[in-house]
Design a protein around this ligand. Sequence first.
Ligand code: 13P
Length: 255
Amino acid sequence: MNTQLRRTVIAGNWKMNKTPSETTAFIKELAPCVADATCDVVCCVPYVCLQNAIEAAKGTNIKIGAQNIHFEPKGAYTGEIAADMLNDLGVEYVIIGHSERRQYFAETDETCNKKVLAALAAGLKVILCVGEHKEQRLQGVTNELVGMQTKIALQNVKAEDLKNVIIAYEPVWAIGTGLTATAEQADETNGAVRAAVADVYGKDVAETVTIQYGGSMNAGNADELLAKYHVDGGLIGGASLKVPDFTSIVKSASK
Ligand code: 13P
């Protein structure tokens, strides 16, 4: 982390977990535990839990995010949700391009780009996910790959809008597997993402962009990962579902 240059952000990605009533109870339990955090604290919850999460988070420092949007503003897209709808509800953040969406729902760098532009136009803050599969790491193309994912997803994003973009480096092989990138791997790859941002927007702008690490981050490894220069927070799956674990990571990021 470099807290002089950029915000540290700890975000939970609940994925398809918790009901609306469980959401209310969880946020109420979490709020006093993270009240003195010096980092930003975000919970990205299922669509149907958003309203409960927003209500429960009122008057606290917890911000609420969604996990996906459609890139069109409205229309005949049965089952989809537009960025404006989330903004109207009081949602602040949206995750875009999570590897599970790329894998199971055929999202591409191009659709991610459309979603990023739609989210920013609607006033949402974006958490853009990039990351390599195990084969790609073994092939030695990780840095080029995350650089390319970043540059395509940010096509036509203006420099002044980058303040509303967080990038999360999530190695696919580390998600939900218990395998974590080493702190060195996370720092190096986050650095490659930052270099890609610098190619397009210049070094000064790139230094201000929050780049998270995600993939089996937990209470035990957060300190080491967050100590690295290019690791400005975490996007946390499993460990964000338990108040003590998530609180512990927030405390690591607040040191
Ligand atoms: P885990 O922390 O469960 O590995 O999930 C990471 C992730 O995918 C966050 O978006």
